[in-house]
Design a protein around this ligand. Sequence first.
Ligand SMILES: Nc1ncnc2c1ncn2[C@@H]1O[C@H](COP(=O)(O)OP(=O)(O)OP(=O)(O)O)[C@@H](O)[C@H]1O
Ligand SMILES: [Mg+2]
Length: 236
Amino acid sequence: MIIRVENLTKVYDTGAIQVKALSNVSLSIERKEYVAIMGASGSGKSTLMNILGCLDRLTDGKYILDNVDVSTLSDNELAVIRNKKIGFVFQAFNLLPRLSALGNVELPMVYAGLSKSDRRQKAKAALEKVGLGDRMHHRPNELSGGQKQRVAIARALVNDPAIILADEPTGNLDTKSSEEIMNIFEGLNNEGVTIVMVTHERDIAQHTKRAVVFRDGEIISDKQIENRIIRGGSSK
Ligand SMILES: Nc1ncnc2c1ncn2[C@@H]1O[C@H](COP(=O)(O)OP(=O)(O)OP(=O)(O)O)[C@@H](O)[C@H]1O
Ligand SMILES: [Mg+2]
């Protein structure tokens, strides 16, 4: 079990009002799973992802990540775990505009303390893996949306994370680029990476193996995907 959440509650306290974004959520995810998180706007999907990714803390309950109870860790310890175990992919790509594709992908390794030549070599390999070997020196504004997302995936991959957390990774992409991203995720999952991906779209969820649906901060359904889409249209 790589992710185990028990009776998780998250309340945002903005002073005047309190918003209960997640209420008593329990969820377990095994290594090598590929999970879609679904549900209407405001149902708590990003809140869950931020907690799973150790970007935010829970209000109540328990979160065990790879056998570590993260609710007890300090902010510094959380940052270390995040950098080691988790790769993030966001809807808006979140690339640094002044850095090349290569520079963006090298960044997490700077924090991880790798040498310059190791960083360069690994970043190149990651960009080649997502099919961007010929765009390494382009800046984000010189890349298409799909290419930007592939840079973000290369960046997420470069520290060999056990888990990829992706919040609407295809939300800003056309159908063709979305399919490319789904093909890359499928390949990574086949290599053993655990993937948890938020999506609104049924078609996109159909590429995963399991769909967990939220409503008003609670899980209302959790099912294996039937007739999964594999590699550009064929299904299994
Ligand atoms: N930083 C915050 N402070 C206060 N309330 C917040 C904060 N972030 C989210 N919320 C509230 O928590 C609830 C869940 O928000 P969340 O962003 O998790 O929804 P979501 O399912 O990701 O929605 P979407 O599909 O629109 O991205 C919403 O009611 C939202 O207004
Ligand atoms: Mg969201």
